[in-house]
Ligand binder design. Sequence first.
Ligand SMILES: [Fe+2]
Length: 142
Amino acid sequence: MAHFSWTDDLNTGSTLIDGDHRKLIGLVNALFETMESGQGNGHMSKAMNDLIAYAGEHFAREEVAMERIHYVAALAHQAAHIRLLKQIVELKAMLDAGGRINVPAVSDFLGEWLREHILTADMKLAAALKKQRSAEAAPQPH
Ligand SMILES: [Fe+2]
């Protein structure tokens, strides 16, 4: 069962960013499934690695886009990415150490982990990317 569903409020309007977010939500849900099904720590650890790897790739893609448009809040946004990655790396360490998992708590945490970032930082970035695109498309004054 999917715990984290895509909702329209998550739409940033950037195809690149939204596509990545859908995939991240899929990976979060895949992780929930391994936690619930009791398939064992090996499966959970793999699902966690997939999530960490893809989150890293996605954050890097956003950071390249920020650099391209000389995004004013790039440093703060990058710092948020580092924090987000650290949180899931810590969660993985806890799972790997065989710590008892409170599935609803982890599921809440991961749902909020991504949703909050999308609704705040990524929305602003997508708006800035859109603005830059329309500036590029506009005819240059002579
Ligand atoms: Fe982001």
